[in-house]
Design a protein around this ligand. Structure first.
Ligand SMILES: Cc1cc2nc3c(=O)[nH]c(=O)nc-3n(C[C@H](O)[C@H](O)[C@H](O)COP(=O)(O)OP(=O)(O)OC[C@H]3O[C@@H](n4cnc5c(N)ncnc54)[C@H](O)[C@@H]3O)c2cc1C
Length: 505
């Protein structure tokens, strides 16, 4: 799939060429011989079957999730232990070989795949896949970087606990990638994002030393909180090899409802009321526009509209409590019927079984998949203050519709924490490439509105390769300068995921 039209891909590629030239001037060894020798040492270290150079075997590691980028690599290396990761990084540091760390490769911003010049190696962490320990007394577990998010959730459940981070990619994305992108997901409004769910990490530094910050202490004020710098760094400061993750009591009572709203403006007041009525038990609050539901009903087999009649907006609400019998269902029913009386809610349905609950979640989780089937989609992963979500969606919808008649706004997602996926499906019948060639024009319109509201142009997917220009445009120059200094201090040779996150100089 080619998400961005040809013109913009060409622009990107030129920028990347410049990066490649700069990176080879800076760090990559002058002669080919030392490189070849270093690659041979890496293969000997991890074992030949785990040092891939066959193009067919390497292919899945070289293309990103959305088909925006397909790179090349000198080798795909798959170490099995922290010591092996450290050994690989040491060799790369000596030889000036750039490293692209990769977890589940579900990045939506092209962060996890190499550039086209082919001189980097991909370092896949997926063989570091053990749960090292579960500490019930500390409500924590230690997972290696290659454990998938779903496996972390399962290990927590086995210990009768909850690991709350949840998102549609959870079967594939891995702990190292989740932390490196500071992933969000559907439960941020209750439990926080990856940053808030991490008690410690183990990380291989750019010179190959291993930094063990795995104490898992809940209180530790000895200086700077170094681990937080690696979280959200997208592999540019170090290679995460393991993490201590926070666990929570497992919910014993869960209530899920699909709530239809007569107007978008009702969304903020509804969230506030549900929080009050449930004793702050709201664990998900996902906005779904009618057009997204229509896409899902049209393209995803086995789905059906649970409510009679069409409504402009819906919210998928989940309340949960670790204590059984707290009366969440009654609280939800009462709050909703009050909201109906006050004109905030038009209709609602509550799940009465696990199957019904899964069916309601399917309507939400299938939106990206269904939207793909409607042609090209120009995407924005933005955050605005929670109270301004309706104003943002209305203002931005007007602006993009004025720019292109027939454009279809699909604004959905984590309204409870102000993070909206403001995706724009192409007008029906329009040529897909011609539409996607307008990608950056629409980014400009939408991101200017977001910036004007004090929002963020990347709420949860990160910067990667795709958003470096947008980051440069909207970030404070002083902050970028500080980030460059941090990068230089952590990775003086510039070998860790070059050309990602930091804007081009
Ligand atoms: C269907 C779908 C739904 C999604 N929903 C959400 C969502 O709701 N919320 C959200 O936040 N994201 C979402 N994402 C984006 C993506 O799943 C997350 O960014 C995820 O955290 C990436 O994990 P990964 O293991 O796939 O990392 P990768 O894609 O492999 O890598 C991501 C970045 O981290 C770096 N990296 C990977 N492993 C390491 C490591 N061990 N050490 C250092 N750096 C490393 C990579 O170099 C890259 O820059 C979604 C993606 C898909 C496809």
């Amino acid at each position: 799939m080619d998400e961005i039209g040809g013109r913009h891909r060409a622009k990107n590629a030129q920028g990347e060429e410049r990066m490649a030239r700069r990176s080879s001037a800076q760090g990559v060894a002058a002669g080919e011989e030392p490189r070849a020798e270093a690659l041979a040492r890496i293969a000997a270290l991890v074992g030949a079957p785990h040092a891939l150079t066959d193009p067919t075997l390497m292919a899945p590691f070289l293309a990103d999730e959305r088909g925006l980028y397909t790179g090349r690599a000198a080798m795909v290396v798959r170490p099995a232990t922290t010591a092996e990761v450290a050994g690989v990084v040491r060799i790369c540091a000596e030889a000036g070989i750039a490293i692209v760390p990769q977890g589940g490769n579900t990045s939506l911003v092209g962060g996890s795949v190499p550039h086209e010049h082919g001189r980097e190696i991909v370092l896949s962490l997926s063989r570091l896949n053990r749960i090292r320990a579960v500490d019930a007394a500390n409500d924590s577990l230690v997972a290696e970087a290659g454990v998938t998010l779903a496996e972390v959730q399962a290990a927590a459940a086995e210990a009768d606990r909850l690991f709350p981070l949840s998102m549609a990619s959870e079967g594939s994305c891995q702990v190292g990638g989740v932390l490196s992108t500071n992933a969000g997901g559907t439960a941020v409004l209750r439990y926080g994002n990856a940053r808030e769910l991490t008690l410690g990490i183990e990380v291989v530094l750019a010179d190959g030393r291993v930094l063990d910050l795995l104490s898992g202490l809940r209180k530790d004020n000895t200086g700077y909180d170094t681990k937080q710098l690696f979280i959200g760094a997208e592999g540019t400061l170090g290679i995460i090899t393991a993490a201590v993750l926070k666990l929570f009591p497992r919910p014993r009572e869960v209530e899920t409802a699909l709530v239809a709203l007569p107007r978008l403006g009702a969304v903020t007041e509804l969230l506030a009321r549900l929080r009050r009525a449930s004793g702050d038990a709201v664990s998900a609050f996902e906005l779904i526009p009618r057009i997204a539901l229509d896409f899902v009903l049209r393209h995803v087999p086995g789905t059906s509209d649970p409510l009679a009649g069409a409504h402009p907006w819906y919210v998928l609400v989940e309340l949960s409590s670790p204590r059984p019998g707290t009366g969440l269902r009654e609280a939800l029913e009462q709050a909703l019927s009050g909201a109906v009386e006050d004109g905030l809610v038009a209709d609602a349905t509550l799940a009465s079984s696990e199957a019904q609950r899964a069916g309601l979640w399917r309507l939400r989780d299938a939106i990206p998949e269904a939207q793909k089937r409607e042609g090209g989609s120009i995407k924005h992963d933005v955050a605005v203050p929670v109270a301004r979500v309706p104003e943002f969606i209305e203002t931005a919808s007007r602006a993009v519709t004025a720019e292109m008649a027939g454009i279809r706004v699909v604004a959905f997602g984590h309204a409870g924490d102000g993070n909206i996926h403001f995706n724009l499906s192409q007008p029906e019948g329009m040529d897909r490439d011609a539409y996607l060639a307008r990608w950056f024009d629409f980014n400009r319109i939408v991101h200017d509105i977001v910036a004007g509201m004090g929002g963020s142009v990347s709420a949860e997917h990160g910067i990667g390769r795709l958003k470096r220009g947008e980051f440069a445009r909207y970030a404070d120059a002083a902050e970028i300068e500080l980030m460059r200094r941090i990068k230089a201090a952590f990775d003086p040779k510039g070998i860790l995921n070059p050309g990602k996150l930091l804007p081009p100089e």
